[in-house]
Design a binder for this molecule. Structure first.
Ligand code: ATP
Ligand code: MG
Length: 420
């Protein structure tokens, strides 16, 4: 037997309604905030990710699925959606379009990580990117979209954490101060962080290892190295969130794994997710378009993980969604069977979901399958019914039956299709 790849999951039909619900909510909220869908490729040239995400990040250091194309070009399966979206923005000269460029995307992402609950090698994200607006209201809008979407799905125990990363110059001031402090405590840091002190010291701040957390609790804070402009900007973001009643907590250790963030950075965590407690995260990345040789363009966005949302989705939300009535066609006998085929087609053509199990040859077998398939109604059609031109409609819940004309079935059935 050939098995699927470790950390790459199948979503069986029992699970897909959950995913559809999440997708529909995501689209609904993206629409309301004026974001438009973009579909970007699953793979790109490796340098796109190396240059945008940053060489000394977990993703680029050890998590990318990279392979050689037949001509030797190095390609990579996308580990996130921002890099591809920015590449498309630049390539199609979207900076020249005179209205705000606000995009959203869905789809699989690929990272070579150790698979565990809520951490996969192929996982799925919903993300948004808002280009061209250097205004705290754009940050507020993106955060609000994320927050409203997650709350609309009924997720419990969510916390929005937010921090100000300042501008690159602020971090240049801060970094040596942090490094000096970390070097004093280096023997007590985890081996990963001992290396990060040299390569990416800010990342030590959000290491999850308890020993590292104890040390970083007392570390100098980036907030104390920030210049006036970023402070004012961030105050504007917080004021906006207060105004529209989005609760947040300040987390001075939130630095995020990717290099391209500045100013606002945020993360939504959930109390009941265990170790992988981040549902989604994002922030402002004003330097990225420029880094990828595009025109200087301020931008802000987020990405959320579908798998983690699906784990948090309450059953009540799933069952509250309206179920489509499905009609089962129980057709048997020589003439009945063939007439059943055209009944199925006519029902479907008039917008009604209709199914049958062609293996069943008796009425009893058909009715059992109709129940198993959760069909609200069954159309009963044997040779006799073909001759009289009348079929029987059976309500599978009340067991009530009525006669309907075969010739105009799909019209006659419409007003009767309510489950009671
Ligand atoms: P984590 O702290 O979980 O490693 P991250 O900082 O690497 O997250 P981002 O790159 O910000 O994550 O991705 C945004 C969201 O995508 C995460 O909050 C999470 O919900 C989801 N996500 C990231 N990596 C995975 C993965 N390997 N499997 C499942 N979901 C993931
Ligand atoms: Mg990660």
């Amino acid at each position: 037997m050939i098995k699927g790849i470790k950390g790459v999951k199948d979503l069986l039909p029992e699970e897909t309604p959950r995913w559809r619900l999440i997708e529909e909510a995501a689209r609904r909220w993206a629409d309301r905030y004026g974001f438009h869908e973009i579909r970007i490729p699953i793979f790109e040239v490796t340098t796109l990710f190396a240059r945008s995400i940053g060489a000394s990040t977990d993703i680029v250091e050890k998590e990318m699925y990279t392979f050689q194309d037949r001509d030797g070009t190095s390609l990579t399966l996308r580990p996130e959606g921002t890099a591809g979206t920015v590449r498309a923005y630049i390539e199609h000269n979207r900076a020249a379009v005179p209205v705000p460029q606000k995009y959203f995307y869905f789809g699989p992402m690929f990272r070579h990580e150790r698979p565990q609950a809520g951490r996969l090698r192929q996982f799925h994200q919903f993300g948004v990117e808002s280009f061209g607006i250097a205004d705290p209201r754009a940050d507020v809008e993106v955060i609000a979209l994320l927050w409203r979407f997650l709350n609309d799905l009924g997720l419990q125990g969510l916390t929005l954490e937010i921090n100000n990363l300042g501008c690159p110059a602020d971090r240049d001031v801060y970094r040596p101060r942090l490094v000096t402090y970390l070097q004093q405590h280096e023997p007590h840091l985890c081996t990963n962080c001992q290396r990060r002190v040299e390569t990416n010291p800010l990342r030590v701040l959000d290491c999850k290892v308890p020993e590292c957390r104890i040390i970083t609790e007392k570390a100098p804070r980036l907030a104390d190295s920030l210049s006036e402009t970023p402070r004012t900007y961030f105050a504007g973001v917080l004021r906006g969130l207060d105004l529209i009643h989005i609760p947040y907590s300040l987390n001075h250790r939130l630095v995020r794994g990717l290099d391209y963030y500045n100013l606002t950075t945020f993360e939504v965590t959930a109390t009941n997710l265990g170790a992988q407690n981040a549902v989604g995260a994002g922030g402002r990345y004003d330097g990225l378009v420029d880094t990828l040789s595009g025109p200087p363009t301020p931008a802000v966005g987020f990405a959320v993980g579908f798998e983690r949302i699906a784990m948090l989705l309450p059953e009540s939300v799933l069952h509250a969604s309206p179920v489509q009535v499905i009609v089962y066609v129980a057709a048997f006998g020589d003439e009945g069977s063939i007439a059943g085929l055209s009944v199925l087609e006519k029902l479907r053509a008039s917008g009604i979901a209709a199914v049958s199990d062609f293996r069943a040859s008796t009425l009893k077998a058909h009715l059992r399958q109709a129940d198993r398939l959760g069909c609200g109604f069954t159309v009963i059609l044997g040779d006799d019914e073909v001759h009289t031109g009348t079929v029987i409609l059976r309500n599978m819940v009340t067991k009530g039956q009525s006669d309907l004309p075969l010739s105009s079935l799909s019209v006659a059935i419409q007003p009767l299709l309510t489950t009671s």
